[in-house]
Ligand binder design. Sequence first.
Ligand SMILES: Cc1ncc(COP(=O)(O)O)c(C=O)c1O
Length: 476
Amino acid sequence: MTNERTPALVEALRAYYEGEVASFHMPGHKQRGGTHPATVEVFGPQILRADVCEMGGFDYLHSPTGALVEAQERAAYGFGAAKTYFLVNGSTGGNLSAISALTREGDHVLMLRGSHRSVYTAIALSGAAAHYIPLAHDEREHGEFLATPPNVKDLPSKLAVIHITRPNYYGMACDLGPYVDIARHTGAMLIVDEAHGSHFGFNADLPESALQQGADIVIQSTHKTLGALTQASMLHLGPRALAYDARIQRSLAMLQSSSPSVLLSLSLDLAAEHMQPYGAGRDQLGQAVRYANGIRAAVENLRGLRVVQPAGACDPTKVVIDVTGAGYSGFSAAAWLQTNARIYVELADFRRIVCCITMGDTTDTIEILLAALRSLSKCEGSTTISNDMRLPAIPSAALTQRAATQSQTEMVPIANATNHTCAEYVIPYPPGIPLVVPGEILTAETLQALRAFRLAGSKVVGPHDQSGETILVIRD
Ligand SMILES: Cc1ncc(COP(=O)(O)O)c(C=O)c1O
């Protein structure tokens, strides 16, 4: 029994059901049917009924006046923001909108080299120049996870935005303090991509949220770690960002669908209400942390498996396991779990697997995972583990990303590509950090690293020619 109150959009939907007699507007299913017979089987009977839009009098996300104002205000209260926007195009839309709103051609953006591709897209759209903070190689854990904040004196003047991704894919959450200081010192706005940290700050065992640490704009994929539907995300403003509110609102309207799904907004309202002080979400989150701690304790006793517990703030709901001691790479362990236990992990890399534990887990799901990990550890693997895969130096840029994406291009054999200006993204997953982005000069070191990552099993995202024989460059 909880004290959860009825979310504003649920009340509005109930009122809507009382109102319109018949719809002669979109959507085509008219809340009723005319769709494939399997619709009800896959979605349940209520989905069409709830898929309403502003033409029937429901509030409209791009110019809300009623229930959506209340829902977003309540979410802002719950997450500790000065203002909150619901996003219907994921954190992708949030990154695009925030960066587009705050930067223009000639501006400078300081960002982590390991940023999500939507951040790179936003930079390419805006015409800003990117300055990268490289990720340091962790000698103990063998990988690139965290960065050292730069010195203010090394930064360009006219810095418009500092964009930091926190946490990373392994749940490691850097301290934002140094970046808050740089932002205050330079006048830049601090945008934090907290796509994987919507649940931060709601439990004493979790890292503080980016808003709690003083970020100006925070983008969260509510669908990733709380209960919203896939694609449903939020953009929060801290007090300093209110000065840019009109620009952000304009960007959101330009870069997201003009038919924002009420289902996504409803799911955000429900997810936010669930996390309010009077909701049941905070207790459930505590349970998820206990489950994850239990898995870590059990894994410590399994042969060949080692829990990765880095120094510094870390999301306890991400269980990160190094599997190399059992003769597996992260990829082969993930494949073993899929084949033998039908378990799919969140992420696998050369050495590790990452399992997300959320409020959706139960004692049954945790037991299933534990049983599978026990079997994995008993069944010795025979994978040759790659040596440390190191990222080469970040190449220098001849053009901004926007200039590069607007230039004439040609394909050249990789063997002849050194010193050409690259015209495409080349991002090996793992580690999900670009080797080169459009506008940067291809070096022999970069091309050699590309070959090595491919050989080690990374999936290379970005290149048009997936065979790896040619690469897109700017035509001379
Ligand atoms: C760090 C990071 N930022 C942004 C995004 C984009 O999020 P969304 O899927 O909500 O568009 C992702 C998606 O995986 C991500 O990992």
